[in-house]
Structure formats: C-alpha cells, structure tokens
Design a protein around this ligand. Structure first.
Ligand SMILES: C[S@@+](CC[C@H](N)C(=O)[O-])C[C@H]1O[C@@H](n2cnc3c(N)ncnc32)[C@H](O)[C@@H]1O
Length: 326
C-alpha cells in the first residue's frame, strides 16, 4: 500500500507551481523580474505602436504594484544613458495605494479623479508637459457587468481629464478600456482630443476578458479648450443607444491585435518545463504589494480568525451579548 504524504510546504509549492502552469505570463513576469504580468501588455503595445520613441517625461496613472512603471523606467532610462541629448527622463507614478520605490520614478499616492493630483503631477514636471500618459486603472470589480463597465469608463475619463492637464500637443495617451456596450461613446470622447484612436488587444491580455487598450495618438484639444476637472465628460443620456448612431456621429475605431502573434497565448496552459533539460524552479513574486486592501483579510485567514469573527459577529444577535471584533 502506498501512502501519499505531503507536508504543507510541499502542498504550497504545488499550488504555486500550478498557478505558474496555468498563467504563463504570470510565471514569465516573475522570472524576468516584473512586479506584475501586466508589464507584457505595455511591452506588446510598444512593439506595435513604438510608444517610447522620443519620450522623456511620462506619467503612469493607477500604477501599483508598478510593473508599467518598471517598463517605463527600464526603457526610458536605458535610452537616456545611451544618448547625449542632455534631456532628463522624468517618470511620475500615481496610485491610491502605496508602491515600493523604483529607480527614477517619483510616486504620488493619490486619487486620479482629484484636481489636486493633476496639479501635483504638473508641479513635478516644473511646468513642462508630459510626452506620454499611460493608465492601467481598474476599479475593484463587483461582478455586475454594467456597473463594472460604468465605473471603468469613469476611471478612463478621469485619466483623460488629467491627461488634458499634463500632455503636450502631439503626445500619446494609452488607457485600459472595457469593450462594453457604451464603448462607442468613449471612443467619441477620445476622438475629440486625439486624431488617432485605436483599440488594441495585446496577446498577454486574455481573450476571455473584455479588457483592451485605447492607444490615442497626436493630442490636439479643440481650439479654446480649457482643461477643467469639474467637467464630467461622460454626460450620459440613457435614452440614446450610441452604437446605433449613423453618419458622422457614428464612431468606429480600428481594432488591432498586438504583440507577436506567435507569442504565448494568455488563455492556454503551458508545461512548466519550457526548455528541454531544464529543471523547473519556483520563482517568488518580484515585489508583492506593500499595503494591499486585502491585507486584513489575509491576516485574519492566516491566523484562523475568520471563523471566530463570523461567530463573534453572529453571537450578539443570538444571545443579545455585546462582542467586539478586532
Ligand atoms: C490593474 S492595477 C494596475 C497595475 C499596474 N499597471 C502594474 O502594471 O503594476 C489597477 C490599479 O488602479 C488603481 N486605482 C483604481 N482607482 C484609482 C483611482 N481613483 N486613483 C488612483 N488609482 C486608482 C488601483 O489602486 C490599482 O492599483
């Protein structure tokens, strides 16, 4: 008779490696030292659109845990070292959450929907505008698709609003977008400010997800436009179906799959041994989030306090006693 026995550490490693097997970009991110698999999305967008050419000042909105900032830092600072143009590279990263430091990246912990955040970004550039603004912002999803799409749209418009405060004419804006039913309205808003708007889907973004990225090129605001954070751009009238608009009001933007199409498919499972003869070695995450919103839940679970909280919360209702959960 064989007895299967695994110690908890082994079980943990097995769990971890099965995630590595399921998500090839997650695994590659750790092996290449990126803080999140999202790094590949920006790298693949750059392959298609050459986003970093001539960029010295960049803003990364909704940046935590920081893999897009890492890409910007590595790409822009490496070019700065090679060139003798004398232009200093400046990267400003903004997020609600704190982020571990990165070389050459100035961090602002703030809300991108606030005008004070826009002002702080502008201050960092000493009045000189940015060449590139990127935003991988995502709200905590609720699972209610209409609500999630609406909140995501609001975040994108907040990013666009901030962009109108900091981007130079001719500059580029890249942002995550959910291709939901009102996406045409968002395209129309973006077309007001940029002559080129493309919806792009990097290979590392799962096909099963409605996530894509708008790449907005050649910023040229309408004449006389004064950036104003208090203007809600998504001024929605719910009895208009924006996808049914005709003629010049109908906005359709090109859709492009990007990244090397022979690259890994983010929806597939890959074997752990990709190179013949090489032993699989588990790699821990490069930089776990330093203060994630789920921290308290992890603490409660690790210390087996979840069930106690549950029973202590239900206790007073049954017994009428007062208890205090910590
Ligand atoms: C998908 S993560 C970004 C990942 C990041 N691009 C990377 O590569 O590491 C989305 C981020 O959006 C941030 N976020 C959501 N709403 C925000 C807001 N109003 N202001 C600033 N950041 C926000 C979240 O805190 C979260 O860190």
């Amino acid at each position: 008779m064989y007895v299967l026995y695994y110690c908890s550490a082994e079980l943990e490693i097995m769990g971890r490696s099965s995630k590595d097997k399921r998500d090839i970009y997650y695994r590659l991110a750790k092996e290449e030292g990126w803080r999140a698999r999202s790094a590949f999305k920006l790298l693949q967008l750059d392959e298609e659109f050459n986003l970093f050419a001539g960029v010295n000042r960049a803003v990364d909105l909704c940046a935590a845990p920081g893999s897009w900032s890492q890409v910007l830092s590595r790409k822009l600072r490496c070019r700065e070292e090679k060139s003798d143009s004398g232009e200093e590279v400046k990267i400003v990263a903004v997020d609600l959450q704190a982020m571990a430091p990165l070389p050459g990246v100035t961090q602002i912990q703030g809300d991108i929907t606030k005008v004070s955040t826009a002002e702080e970004i502008v201050r960092h550039f000493e009045g000189r505008p940015a060449d590139l603004v990127v935003c991988d912002g995502a709200p905590d999803v609720t699972g209610l698709h209409d609500v999630d799409e609406y909140i995501q749209a609001q975040l994108l418009l907040a990013a666009l609003n901030i962009t109108t405060h900091v981007l130079k004419p001719g500059g580029t804006f890249v942002a995550k977008i959910f291709r939901g039913k009102d996406v045409t309205l968002l395209y129309s808003q973006l077309k007001i400010f940029f002559s080129g708007v493309t919806c792009a889907k990097p290979r590392s973004s799962r096909n099963s997800s409605i996530e894509a990225f708008v790449v907005c090129q050649n910023y040229h605001p309408p004449e006389g436009y004064v950036p104003n954070m208090s203007n809600p751009l998504l001024d929605h009238s719910y009895d208009v179906d924006f996808n049914q608009l005709e003629g010049p009001n109908r906005i359709i933007v090109p859709f492009l799959a990007c990244g090397d199409l022979s690259a890994f498919d983010s929806d597939r499972t890959y074997p752990l041994q990709l190179e013949a003869g090489k032993e699989y070695q588990y790699t821990p995450p490069t930089q776990p989030p330093i203060s994630p919103p789920y921290q308290q839940a992890c603490h409660l679970r690790k210390n087996n306090l979840l069930s106690k909280e549950e029973s202590s919360n239900s206790g007073p209702q049954q017994s009428g006693e007062q208890t205090k959960a910590d």
